[in-house]
Ligand binder design. Structure first.
Ligand SMILES: Nc1nc2c(ncn2[C@@H]2O[C@H](COP(=O)(O)OP(=O)(O)OP(=O)(O)O)[C@@H](O)[C@H]2O)c(=O)[nH]1
Ligand SMILES: [Mg+2]
Length: 462
């Protein structure tokens, strides 16, 4: 596909920074740069060179005024991010110089890039497939180092490789089936039924493995919502502050200090954990408290893990019990925490055991930091119950996950046709559909509209 327009955008965040980059991609990128870039006298720019940087100024061709002192990178097609000619202008990182340089590029014939359009061009020009293009977004948005590693692996084509090999398997069966259909009148069976089933089972297994990875990816990409809940004053906010290693939430001895939910992301054993401190649950006294309670309930419903906290320095009260009932009804992963173990203990652990016979409480002191490591380990264990991280992880996103689910459904239907001894045509139809769903992952068959939707999640300049 030939794209005749040259696109330009500011590729760094808008704000004040050391440098900022204006990027152009397209046939006219070099000719526009020639019109606006001036090197120092007695130096020449070799415009046919590639991957070279040049020092100079951007000059407005209309007013002949110097706009900014810059470094210009020239990258000749096809060995560039987009496979087109790419020019990057490293300006000083202020809003005004960056906007001015971009404006000059646009006046000289470039068009403002849409979100993700540079990466979209890399895809459309065949440098990367769609799953690799999407992982660029995961790299940019990675919440932890592990998430970054997984995104980089997907970007390098690890997911594409597996999809490709799965597709090859299916194309093999399909071609045998099609041969059988073609020679149906001669009653030639290319593949015994048992073999067909074996083939199908192996493909289903491979898709299931990928779906398992998708589950793990979701944890790394979105984080695990972990809600700290309990009666007022048990030390929920103190725990949040301890885990964050800063005084994020107000802590006081007055019950009902926290009124709103407070959300912060931390890294526990490589997992992004979204910690949510909540208003203590208790009897509703006024409208404000009612609103706080609603927020707490909402967080609990959304939670992946609930850290249920009680105060070890006081006996269990009616309010504790009420919270226990509420939390149990939610059927979430639960960790029981006894806080304030630095104070004389008055809690009856046997009573606690009656309510939670299967849970061993973690004993901590949120203010002194005792037991926090053990708590982190237990949180990680909870997460590991949900996902099975193996070293060879890579990101699988929600869209890709949906395509894989479709593939699996088609393969299961194919197996059903085989069992019910339906004609080969039915089997072939399902496998063709399974292949089509895989192709949606790599972007082999997607309309412009779907592509636009995918790339619209990117920022401008990427
Ligand atoms: N000795 C001791 N005091 C603690 C500990 N954790 C919290 N506290 C104290 O308990 C009081 C309440 O702590 P918060 O962290 O505000 O409790 P909370 O559960 O967030 O309370 P609300 O926001 O009102 O629901 C404060 O005076 C804390 O200093 C602890 O481990 N040991
Ligand atoms: Mg609080």
């Amino acid at each position: 596909m030939i794209r005749e327009d040259t696109i330009a955008a500011i590729s760094t965040p808008i704000g004040t920074s050391g440098i900022g980059i204006v990027r152009m991609s397209g046939d006219k990128a070099f000719s526009i740069a020639k019109k606006i870039f001036y090197p120092p006298t007695h130096t020449r720019v070799n415009w046919s060179s590639s991957l070279k940087m040049h020092y100079g100024w951007i000059v407005d061709p209309e007013t002949k005024e110097r706009v900014d002192e810059v470094l210009l990178s020239l990258m000749q097609a096809p060995r560039t991010y987009t496979r087109e000619h790419v020019v990057e202008i490293n300006c000083h990182g202020g809003v005004v110089p960056l906007r001015k340089v971009l404006e000059i590029c646009l006046k000289q014939g470039a068009r403002l890039a849409q979100p993700g359009e540079f990466t979209k061009r890399a895809f459309l020009n065949g440098r990367i497939d769609l799953s690799q293009a999407e992982s660029v977004l995961d790299i940019v948005q990675a919440k932890t180092e592990k998430a970054l590693k997984m995104a980089v692996k997907a970007q390098a084509g690890e997911l594409s490789k597996l999809i490709h090999s799965l597709r090859e398997d299916m194309v093999d069966i399909l071609s045998l089936l099609e041969a059988e259909i073609d020679f149906a009148h001669e009653e030639i069976e290319m593949l015994p039924e048992k073999e067909k089933e074996r083939y199908l089972n192996s493909s289903i297994q491979k898709v299931e493995n990928l779906l398992e990875r998708a589950k793990t990816s979701q944890v790394y990409r979105e984080g695990v919502k972990t809600v700290i809940a309990g009666k007022t004053n048990v030390g929920k906010s103190s725990l949040l502050n301890n885990l964050l290693e800063r005084e994020r939430a107000i802590v006081s001895s007055i019950p009902g200090t926290t009124r709103d939910t407070i959300e912060e992301t931390i890294n526990i054993k490589g997992f992004p954990v979204i910690l949510i401190d909540t208003a203590g649950l208790g009897a509703i006294r006024n409208l404000l408290v009612k609103k706080s309670m609603e927020r707490t309930h909402h967080s609990l419903i959304e939670a992946d893990i609930i850290l249920l906290m009680v105060d070890g320095s006081s006996p269990l009260e009616k309010e504790d019990k009420e919270i226990f009932v509420r939390v149990k009804n939610l059927n979430k992963q639960l960790l029981l925490i006894i806080n304030k173990i630095d104070l004389p203990q008055r809690i009856d652990k046997n009573k606690l055991k009656e309510d939670f016979p299967d849970l061993a409480p973690v004993e901590i002191s949120a203010t002194k930091g005792t037991g926090i490591d053990k708590l982190k380990e237990d949180v990680a264990k909870c997460i590991l119950k949900k996902v099975h991280p193996i070293d060879e992880e890579f990101m699988v996103n929600v869209r890709q996950n949906e395509c894989l689910k479709k593939t699996k459904k088609c393969l299961l239907r194919a197996k059903e046709s085989l069992r019910n001894r339906l004609s080969e045509e039915f089997l072939a139809l399902e496998i063709r559909e399974a292949i089509a769903s895989l192709d949606e992952i790599t972007g082999k068959r997607l309309g412009e509209e779907v592509l636009d939707r995918i790339f619209s999640n990117f920022c401008i300049g990427k």
